[in-house]
Design a protein around this ligand. Structure first.
Ligand code: ZN
Ligand code: ZN
Ligand code: ZN
Length: 473
């Protein structure tokens, strides 16, 4: 396989007109992904960085909308002249088109490179010090994510979507930026809708202005049954990462699904009513949460499944809604963002510093909570005593330190663990509990409808809690 990798690397050097045979590359990609060849794959990841870098470059070259016909004729000529035709029978039957075949093979190789180990490890793939590819984000994403999104939204097999899911885990901010733009999101949204509805969606159901994006770049019909099922599994995984994956921000899925609220919502609830692929309880909850967000964004009638999830599930009012409007969830997501925010937290101050900036622009972290940044001792003092929206940082700081001590530091905790500590009246004082919510919900950076939903919940939770004597005995 090492010899083949060297040959293929040479053939992949010209990104516009690669000299590679689509079918042979596909056979190689399958061998690379085969569990039995795991050790060889790991060795290649250490010794043949150039091969994987070339894969990423060729897969990215056509971009989001580039014309594929020159590439197709090059590839067809390569296949016709291939001396190894006897191996071609092992290539995928689902991929008759040479461009589709090459792109799926490349995504398969890239997926094999980033799918090692647990999800936790994926997160750290770029930090791994064991000499494996990729050693930088540029190797993995040489230009932008748009071409990868194109393959994820058009190929009739699952590797490209799986690879995109991994990219979201590894480099969420960069990936989200590209995925929130057309045509990337149109292609992926339509693939989501189509796969959840078993590819029985007439084009007329999509809004006219997005229909041009639905025509596939590669000639394909409905994927074969087995591939359709695998794509569906990956689509659910992608939705779960959007909604509940690491490093998510409040607006990620909202921007991504803008304009697709109704059709995505309908597809998700139809799928939830009659799942056509295995679905565990946690993923189910996440999908219900996604449907809930979509129905409030799109002003859609609330589906019974969503209604159910919005009801309090425990008598104490804990663990209220899993619909993204849970108060503790909102606070946790907000805290995660604040921790990355490089704006001075002094009330009214807008000083901003980029990562690593020094001198007069540098901001220093609050020494106690290590959460907020300040441009000057004056700003820090003002925040400590007065604060934004009359919430002094000394109260917030003390609450944040308590979360740290309780082992639920935002960014390194689950929503459930955080929620438990937030609602546990022996950890936070009443003042800390209330003011943390106030400080979060009054921030303009929080999207309006999130605010409104969370405020309603806050009122309901506080009222129920007061009635039951939980917070104010
Ligand atoms: Zn060949
Ligand atoms: Zn300041
Ligand atoms: Zn502090």
């Amino acid at each position: 396989m090492a010899t083949a990798a060297v040959t293929l690397t040479t053939q992949l050097q010209n990104t516009e007109r690669p000299a590679v045979c689509a079918k042979c590359l596909y056979v190689f990609a399958q061998a690379l992904s085969d569990k039995e060849n795991e050790a060889i794959a790991v060795a290649l990841l250490k010794s043949h960085h150039a091969f994987f870098t070339a894969c990423a470059k060729v897969a990215s070259a056509p971009g989001a909308t580039g014309d594929l016909s020159p590439l197709r004729s090059t590839l067809n000529a390569n296949a016709a002249a291939c001396p190894n035709k006897r191996y071609h029978a092992f290539a995928s039957l689902a991929l008759g088109d040479s461009v589709a075949c090459v792109m799926d093979a490349l995504c398969q190789c890239l997926f094999a490179a980033v799918c090692r180990g647990s999800q936790k490890k994926h997160n750290k793939i770029l930090l791994s010090k064991n000499g494996m590819w990729p050693s930088s984000l540029e190797e993995l994403i040489p230009t932008d994510v748009k071409a990868y999104a194109r393959w994820a939204g058009t190929l009739p097999r699952w590797h490209a979507i799986a690879f995109l899911s991994r990219l979201l885990i590894v480099a969420r901010r960069k990936v989200m930026e590209d995925l929130s733009l057309s045509p990337a999101r149109d292609r992926i949204c339509s693939t989501m809708v189509r796969s959840m509805r078993l590819w029985r969606v007439p084009e007329s159901e999509f809004r006219p202005e997005i229909r041009p994006y639905l025509s596939h770049d590669v000639p394909l019909g409905r994927p074969p049954i087995q591939d359709a099922a695998q794509i569906l599994g990956q689509v659910v995984g992608l939705l779960v990462i959007f909604e509940d994956g690491p490093n998510r921000l409040l607006d990620d899925f909202r921007f991504f699904s803008d304009g697709y609220e109704r059709i995505l919502h309908d597809a998700i609830v139809a799928f939830l009513e009659k799942p056509t692929c295995p679905l565990d309880a946690k993923h189910r909850d996440t999908l219900v949460g996604a449907a809930s967000m979509l129905s409030s964004r799109g002003n859609l009638p609330v589906h019974p499944l969503v209604e159910q999830s919005r009801q309090p599930t425990s008598p104490t009012g804990h663990n209220l809604a899993r619909d993204g409007l849970n108060l503790a969830h909102t606070i946790l997501v907000y805290l995660e963002q604040r921790r990355d925010d490089r704006t001075c937290a002094g009330p009214g101050c807008t000083s901003y510093a980029r990562e690593g900036e020094t001198g007069t622009r540098a901001l220093s972290l609050c020494g106690k909570c290590k959460f907020l940044r300040y441009c000057s001792p004056e700003c820090q003092k003002r925040d400590w005593t007065v604060g934004r929206d009359d919430v002094p940082h000394k109260v917030i700081c003390s609450a944040l330190c308590k979360f740290e001590r309780a082992g639920v530091s935002p960014r390194a905790t689950s929503m459930d663990a955080f929620s438990r500590v937030y609602f546990d009246n022996t950890t936070l004082t009443d003042e800390e509990f209330t003011w943390l919510a106030k400080w979060t919900l009054l921030d303009d950076r929080l999207p309006y409808e999130f605010k409104l939903g969370a405020l309603n919940l806050f009122m309901r939770q506080s009222r129920d809690a007061a009635r039951q004597g939980i917070f104010w005995p």
